[in-house]
Design a protein around this ligand. Structure first.
Ligand SMILES: [Zn+2]
Length: 210
């Protein structure tokens, strides 16, 4: 079946109820908020999460990945340990020297799907991948990253990945690098504005010759 409306072909009653609830939660969030959740998931200690927290993460990820024509495992959560490892590795690659999140396996056939079954949403295009549910979730995360754009950043101090609010260049949790940096500038009698201006005039004057 080419078009797979998951709300219809799900037979497990439990899954269906949880899916609808997750749709409601995810639908109320912006791409920025969802990507923050994904980053939080990638950094958390899965062993320390309560079963309820694992379930919330799992269902949110499932909805992020839904509608790409791949498998949806009824009655079985996606492999969160494997997903976490893929996300951590992928984002690291994206910010790494190649600047490219590569899939572990070879390219999969792609399709453009017209998704017309999301409650309360007009029909919309999604790029569909063949493959496992975990693959669909990675595709969904890529969509989020594309919509968030340049606001997915690495903190200039601790290099943690975060979704910036406006011009934010430093993360604020778990350690407050934004505050740390302001303290540092204060100590050196400078400010972000002055530092930025200096960087601009440095680059305008070209690289310093030794
Ligand atoms: Zn930081």
């Amino acid at each position: 079946m080419d078009k797979a409306p998951p709300l219809v072909h799900l037979d497990a009653q439990q899954d269906h109820k949880k899916l609808v609830a997750a749709f409601r939660r995810v639908g109320a969030k912006s791409a920025e908020e969802l990507l923050r959740d994904v980053l939080q998931f990638s950094e958390c200690n899965l062993k320390k999460l309560s079963p309820r927290q694992r379930e919330l993460f799992g269902w949110e990820l499932r909805v992020i990945g839904l509608g790409r024509g791949g498998d949806f495992k009824v009655g079985q959560m996606p492999d969160l340990v494997d997903l976490q490892a893929q996300i951590v590795e992928g984002i690291r690659q994206y910010f790494g020297p190649l600047g490219e999140w590569r899939l572990r396996e070879v390219a999969r056939p792609l399709r453009l799907l017209r998704v017309d079954w999301i409650p309360g949403k007009k029909p919309r295009p999604k790029v569909g991948w063949a493959g496992s549910e975990e693959d669909q979730i990675i595709a969904g995360i890529w969509d989020l990253i594309v919509s968030v754009g340049d606001r997915l950043r690495a903190c200039r101090l601790c290099h943690r990945f975060f979704v910036a609010r406006k011009r934010q260049e430093y993360c604020t949790e778990p350690q407050n690098c934004s505050q740390l940096q302001r303290n540092e500038w204060k100590k050196r009698g400078t400010s972000r504005k002055q530092e930025d201006e200096r960087a601009r005039s440095d680059s305008a004057n070209g690289p310093t010759r030794a």
